[in-house]
Design a binder for this molecule. Structure first.
Ligand SMILES: CC(C)(COP(=O)(O)OP(=O)(O)OC[C@H]1O[C@@H](n2cnc3c(N)ncnc32)[C@H](O)[C@@H]1OP(=O)(O)O)[C@@H](O)C(=O)NCCC(=O)NCCS
Length: 178
C-alpha cells in the first residue's frame, strides 16, 4: 500500500486489489466506460459478472508476473491499473497493462503514480523485463504520460479498434526493465 499526494493536495491510497473489491471494481468499470472512448470497451460492453471479476482478481493476485492495483479516495475506487504477464516461460518476462482514472481526477498526477507503482513493482519482481501497452494514436494525453515515464513507440497497429463504424489505429508502446 502506498499513500500518495495528488496535485490538488488530496491524499489517496494505491494498493493491490483483492477479491472483495470485485463489486466496486465492476461499478468503477461501468462508470469509466461512460467517461472515455479510449478503452477497448464502451458503455455496457464490459460484460463481466461480479463472480467472474472476483475470479479474475483472485487469479491475478496469485500470479507473480501479474498486478492489479487500485487507487482509492476514502474507500471509493478512482483509478485502476492491470498488468498481465505472459503465461508461458518464453513470454513470462513481459506483459501488457491497461490504465484508467475517473474523469473527475484526470490531470492530478494519479496516472503518473499508478505507472510509477507498476515500474517499481516490475523491477522488484526480478521477472518482468518488458512492459507493453497499446494506446489510440489520438490519445495525446496518455501518449504524453507514457513518454514521460520512459515508454517509446514501437509501431502502429492499423484498425485496432472499431467504434461506431470508425476504425481506430493504435500505437504499440514499450518500456524495457533492467
Ligand atoms: C490517461 C489517464 C490514465 C491519465 O491519468 P491522469 O491521472 O490524468 O494522468 P496524470 O495526471 O498523471 O498526467 C497526465 C499527463 O498528461 C497531461 N494532461 C494534459 N491535459 C490533461 C487532461 N485533460 N487530463 C489528463 N492529463 C492531461 C498532464 O499534464 C500530465 O503530464 P505532465 O505530468 O507532464 O504535466 C487518464 O486520463 C484516463 O483514464 N483517461 C481515460 C482512459 C484512457 O485513456 N486510458 C489509457 C488507455 S491506453
Amino acid at each position: 500500500m502506498k499513500l500518495i499526494k495528488l496535485n490538488n493536495g488530496k491524499f489517496v491510497i494505491i494498493r493491490e486489489a483483492n477479491k472483495t473489491d470485485a463489486i466496486n471494481m465492476i461499478k468503477y468499470i461501468e462508470k469509466i466506460s461512460r467517461e472515455s472512448d479510449n478503452l477497448t470497451f464502451g458503455e455496457g460492453e464490459f460484460e463481466v459478472s461480479y463472480e467472474q471479476e472476483e475470479v479474475f482478481i483472485g487469479t491475478l493476485s496469485k500470479q507473480e508476473n501479474c498486478l492489479c492495483i487500485i487507487a482509492e479516495d476514502n474507500g471509493k475506487i478512482i483509478g485502476n491499473l492491470t498488468f498481465i504477464g505472459g503465461k508461458r516461460p518464453r513470454t513470462a518476462h513481459k506483459g501488457e497493462f491497461g490504465i484508467s482514472v475517473l474523469k473527475d481526477y484526470w490531470g492530478k498526477g494519479l496516472g503518473t503514480e499508478l505507472i510509477s507503482f507498476l515500474i517499481d513493482w516490475s523491477k522488484e519482481t526480478g521477472i518482468i523485463r518488458k512492459i507493453d501497452l497499446r494506446v489510440r494514436t489520438d490519445n495525446t494525453n496518455a501518449i504524453h504520460l507514457y513518454e514521460k515515464m520512459g515508454f517509446t513507440i514501437e509501431g502502429k497497429i492499423t484498425r485496432d479498434m472499431r467504434i461506431e463504424n470508425k476504425f481506430i489505429d493504435t500505437f504499440q508502446m514499450g518500456l524495457e526493465i533492467g
